[in-house]
Design a protein around this ligand. Structure first.
Ligand code: GLU
Length: 296
């Protein structure tokens, strides 16, 4: 059974940009006969059940329908068994580095920017014991990768090649890292179509690589352009009327539809107009006052 999904992090109410991404994920799934699932990415302790529930209510208010909802916090065994499997294959190692250590580490001349420099990769047992005692907190776990880059297929970006370094799969606080959880969940839920904001495009080669290491099929990706404010920065709460409570469902739907070049005023109407090839490739610049005025 094939499925698409929307996976919000319940750390803040959804804003119009998140709602637009959710609508697009729903359109991609429904227009291809897939199931549509909601996964609440609530592993991080900056997230809350109340916000998660409000996000679901907002998605419902704009007319989205789904086949199942899952909360990551209810799936701990999934992540621990994937970590055990990787550990049993010798693919994990402890990392004692702080952000500062990583920023200051010497790197090989051709190492890609933003890649982990490998500081803790080949330590001896004695060195590990010493580092563990020295940092006085639990270490993170990193994946031992052989790739430097990996190429994914994206319906909007074509082939996209990005860095695969030894990325963190379990954080120092014991929480499964986003890059691990997303891969394990997508596979467990039968998700073969990942539609999300293009801020996550650079993470997808790491995720697809990990999926392959775990023997999971790589999903099809569609990374959609984000919504920006008038200054060209990512839309945020401080930009004014951006949440559904502030904008209202009808106006939000009209704005989302107009931003995609459509006339429809509800998601079923958008489904009738949906053509992935015609989606705008540029970010939508959202101006709360102006974009509300043509709503009649
Ligand atoms: N929960 C992640 C976020 O809101 C998205 C996860 C995903 O779509 O892969 O940024």
């Amino acid at each position: 059974m094939t499925a698409g999904r929307f996976a919000p992090s319940p750390s803040a109410d959804l804003h119009i940009g998140n709602l637009r991404t959710a609508v697009l994920a729903w359109l991609f799934a429904r227009s291809t006969g897939r199931r549509f699932l909601i996964r609440v990415d609530d592993l991080d302790d900056r997230t809350s059940v109340d916000i998660g529930r409000r996000q679901l209510a907002d998605l419902e208010a704009i007319g989205l329908t789904w086949d199942a909802v899952e909360w990551q916090s209810e799936q701990p065994d999934r992540y621990s068994s994937a970590l055990e499997e990787l550990a049993s294959r010798g693919l994990l190692y402890e990392c004692y580095c702080s952000r500062k250590d990583i920023a200051q580490a010497p790197r090989a001349p051709h190492a890609p920017q933003g890649a982990y420099p490998g500081t803790c990769r080949d330590l001896t047992d004695a060195e590990r014991a010493a580092r563990r005692a020295e940092i006085g907190r639990a270490p993170a776990l990193r994946l031992r990768t052989d790739a430097i880059v990996h190429t994914i297929g994206d319906l909007l970006h074509g082939d996209y090649t990005g860095i695969v370094d030894d990325f963190v799969v379990r954080r120092g606080d014991g929480v499964p890292a986003y890059n691990l959880a997303v891969v394990v969940d997508d596979s467990a839920q039968g998700i073969d179509q990942v539609v999300r904001g293009d801020d996550l495009l650079p993470s997808s080669p790491r995720q697809a690589y990990l999926a392959r290491m775990l023997g999971f099929p790589e999903p099809t990706y569609a990374h959609v352009a984000l919504v920006l404010n008038e200054d060209g920065a990512r839309l945020a709460k401080r930009d004014g009327a951006v949440t559904l409570a502030e904008v209202g469902a009808q106006r939000a739907l009209a704005q989302i539809s107009a931003s995609l070049g459509w006339r429809a005023r509800d998601v079923e109407g958008m489904l009738a107009e949906f053509d992935p090839a015609g989606l705008p490739r540029r970010p939508w610049i959202y101006t709360p006052e102006a974009s509300g005025s043509d709503d009649g």
